[in-house]
Design a protein around this ligand. Structure first.
Ligand code: NAP
Length: 269
């Protein structure tokens, strides 16, 4: 059904582990061949080989740093004229800490991975999907992008961009048979997230979801809505923060929560 609707080949940008690998498994289990992108060759090849064996689909690992200004050209160079029917932009760069505690290049790198490369990839592969009148695109966004998030300011802003971009393209491309969705996740137990060793933040904070839970909800929702918040706990919290509390209160809760979860790290440096 999924493959009949969208086509045979999916590209997952940021796919060697965590949420990206969960997308790769879920799409392969739906019979799609895959192009998987990440920087670490060994991890990427191991994930690709595991998926190919498990689901009997073709998997092409492509080592590429999505922060590179020519990342899209590098990918096109490797895959040639392989048609991409489904695209997941999952990779992201974040920096947790006071904005001024790192150099401007960190913030510009976040913009490259989370904003610039998605723009270029969506223009190229989305354009081809529109021309073929069929396709699906998932942009990974985050609850951190629903309001200013102190100590996560650039990442939060980039995730707001990703959500709003996907929603706009949902409207533009729907008439051409291309479904676009922003998946707004809350805390999810990926290696990346676990490596930050988060402490409990606000009492409002729901338990971290598993990557496969987020992915399944997303693949069920695509085609029905421009964006969604994953998980019941996250839906309740985001409703409260976005629609019930005043914006000033919401921004304060987010900043206080980030400080409580991670502040001891930068304050001890
Ligand atoms: N985890 C959470 O709690 C959470 C919450 C809300 C939203 N999200 C969103 O969900 C998505 C995935 O989250 P995650 O951070 O936990 O990651 P993940 O899916 O567990 O892993 C990130 C993947 O992207 C690859 N990657 C990272 N930077 C890359 C780059 N510059 N070029 C190529 N590949 C790159 C990594 O492989 P290599 O290291 O080998 O390159 C890895 O395979 C992100 O968009 C994030 O904003 C996550």
């Amino acid at each position: 059904m999924f493959k009949q609707k969208y086509g045979t080949t999916a590209l997952v940008a940021g796919a060697s582990e965590g949420m990206g690998a969960a997308y790769a498994h879920a799409l392969a289990s739906r019979g799609m061949n895959l192009v998987l992108i990440a920087r670490r060759k060994e991890e990427l090849e191991a994930t690709a080989a595991d998926i190919a064996t498990r689901y009997g689909v073709k998997v092409l690992p492509v080592v590429c740093d999505l922060a590179a200004p020519d990342a899209t050209q590098q990918i096109i160079h490797v895959i040639g004229d392989t048609a991409i029917d489904f695209l997941v932009y999952n990779a992201a760069l974040s920096f947790i800490g006071p904005y001024l505690s790192t150099g401007p290049s960190t913030h510009l790198d976040i913009a490259a991975v989370n904003v610039q490369t998605p723009l270029a990839l969506l223009h190229y592969f989305g354009g081809k999907m529109v021309a073929r009148r069929r396709g699906g695109i998932v942009m990974m966004a985050s609850l951190a992008g629903f309001q200013g998030s102190g100590f996560l300011a650039t990442y939060g802003a980039s995730k707001a961009f990703d959500r709003v971009l996907a929603e706009g393209l949902w409207y533009e491309w729907k008439p051409f048979g291309v479904d676009v969705i922003a998946c707004c996740a809350g805390a999810t137990a990926t290696p990346n997230y676990n490596n930050t060793h988060p402490r409990k933040g606000s009492f409002l904070e729901p338990k971290a979801q598993l990557p496969a839970q987020v992915v399944e909800e997303c693949l069920q929702k695509i085609g029905t809505v421009p964006s969604f918040v994953s998980g019941t706990g996250n839906k309740l919290v985001s409703f409260l923060l976005s629609h019930v509390l005043p914006r000033k209160k919401t921004v304060k809760i987010m900043g206080d929560s980030m400080h409580k979860i991670y502040g001891s790290k930068w304050e001890s440096n």
